[in-house]
Design a protein around this ligand. Structure first.
Ligand code: HEM
Ligand code: HEM
Length: 182
């Protein structure tokens, strides 16, 4: 099914809700686990993050194939530009976050496991210590993963405030079109 002015396809709605909930949860878990050094959460964070990466790539392909949904509510040019810019920032962040996480983990020599199933082995030296596979890639991933956090949180907050404004003040179909079960 295609996205139309009146309804959005099941693919658009399903990918939006799964990725949105995944991103919000991973942001919270990421901040908490690194702030309080809860290492037991790292594998879960990485595993769910890797799944979000695959879903985010599917969504990018979906958008490339179908384009963006047309705006349903009445917006002036500035509001339209801001909403569009935030959609771009958000969709890029859904790829950049997990990509930088994978760069940090794999480049740093920590490998990658999916819920305990080892997909890429950790690189260890003779003494059994982790050694970087590619320190530059690992370091860049770490920088990106940490630096974009509050920028992305701000974009998500603006996005949600904008959606609520459509619903509560403009009283248009923007939210119901995205979240309807039909
Ligand atoms: C849970 C709170 C959220 C609400 C209430 C919400 C609401 C909406 C609504 C109503 C639309 C449709 C806008 C339109 O018709 O032009 C939309 C689109 C979009 N949202 Fe969200 N959103 C939420 C969270 C997120 C999060 C966390 C992300 C990504 C990090 C995200 C990314 C997007 C993107 C990229 C679009 C453009 C359409 C698409 O590609 O699916 N949203 N959102
Ligand atoms: C998919 C979306 C993801 C989001 C939204 C996310 C978000 C976050 C956030 C907010 C932090 C805390 C950053 C800080 O305070 O410095 C964090 C830490 C971390 N993330 Fe992610 N992450 C995602 C995916 C991944 C993936 C796929 C991996 C690896 C495979 C990963 C590995 C890590 C690691 C190792 C840390 C701890 C870094 C440290 O202790 O300095 N993340 N993540």
């Amino acid at each position: 099914m295609n996205d139309t002015h009146a309804t959005l396809s099941g693919t658009t709605k399903l990918l939006h809700i799964i990725i949105a909930l995944g991103m919000i949860s991973l942001l919270a878990v990421g901040i908490i686990m690194s702030e309080f050094e809860i290492f037991a959460l790292y594998d879960l964070h990485k595993s769910f993050g890797a799944i979000i990466f695959v879903l985010a790539l599917v969504r990018v392909l979906w958008r490339v194939k179908k384009g963006w949904p047309s705006a349903v509510g009445a917006m002036n040019k500035a509001q339209h530009t801001i909403a569009k810019a935030i959609h771009w920032i958000l969709i890029i962040s859904t790829v950049l976050y997990p990509l930088s996480g994978l760069m940090m983990s794999i480049g740093g020599g920590h490998g990658l496991s999916l819920f305990g199933l080892e997909l890429i082995t950790e690189t260890l030296d003779a003494a059994g210590e982790t050694v970087a596979l590619n320190g530059a890639v690992g370091g860049l991933g770490h920088e990106i993963h940490g630096l974009i956090t509050y920028f992305v949180i701000a974009a998500i907050v603006l996005h949600i405030v904008g959606a609520l404004k459509h619903h509560l003040i403009d009283k248009d179909e923007t939210i119901t079109r995205m979240f309807s079960l039909k």
